[in-house]
Design a protein around this ligand. Structure first.
Ligand SMILES: [Zn+2]
Length: 181
């Protein structure tokens, strides 16, 4: 957790000077990347796969980009705070997205929030922030039926990357396909 970030309900977020809230609450975010210092890269390069697994969090730092103003936020050397850098002469806000661009596969997430008035939320989109479509449901059966309907379509079209359904009593379905098969 960075000094200038906050945590609400277990998810990290921080405020960009432009007013946009940058959230880190799911995987595969299109505005987040990880990097290794060039000074450390040669050390990592000489490690075995197992050593790299163990050293991962020591060597990798994280960066985020504001989707509104394009500012980059880089972890400092000691991973204690995020440093902000403002774009010079462009308005590119997708600089940290996948090399696959529009070919990046779709994630599908269904959740049942007991406390809400309409507890069922189904979201799917072309990236981890699920900016695509969203539907809400009053009935658990309806959410479940729709989830598997969309999952089938995406699977048939070979566009599914990741799917997860959480019901009133926990995890119901989880599948990670990834980008290539
Ligand atoms: Zn911003």
């Amino acid at each position: 957790m960075f000094k200038n970030a906050k945590q609400i309900e277990g998810t990290m977020h921080f405020l960009c000077p432009c007013g946009h809230v940058i959230r880190d609450q799911t995987d595969c975010l299109p505005y987040k990347a990880r990097y290794v210092a060039d000074q450390d890269y040669a050390d990592l390069d000489r490690m075995t796969a197992e050593q790299i697994d163990n050293a991962y969090w020591d060597y990798h730092r994280e960066m985020y980009q504001c989707q509104k103003c394009g500012r980059l936020f880089l972890e400092d050397q000691h991973s204690q705070q995020l440093l902000a850098f403002k774009p010079e002469d462009h308005d590119q806000v997708r600089a940290l997205g996948s090399i696959r661009g529009r070919e990046y596969k779709v994630s599908l997430e269904g959740n049942w929030y007991k406390m809400n008035e309409t507890p069922g939320v189904l979201k799917w989109g072309d990236s981890g922030d699920l900016l695509g479509a969203s539907e809400r449901f009053d009935q658990w059966d309806d959410l479940q039926r729709r989830y598997f309907e969309i999952k089938d379509v995406l699977t048939r079209e070979n566009r599914l990357r990741y799917a997860q359904l959480r019901g009133p009593s926990g995890l119901v379905d989880s599948l990670f396909v990834g980008q290539d098969e």
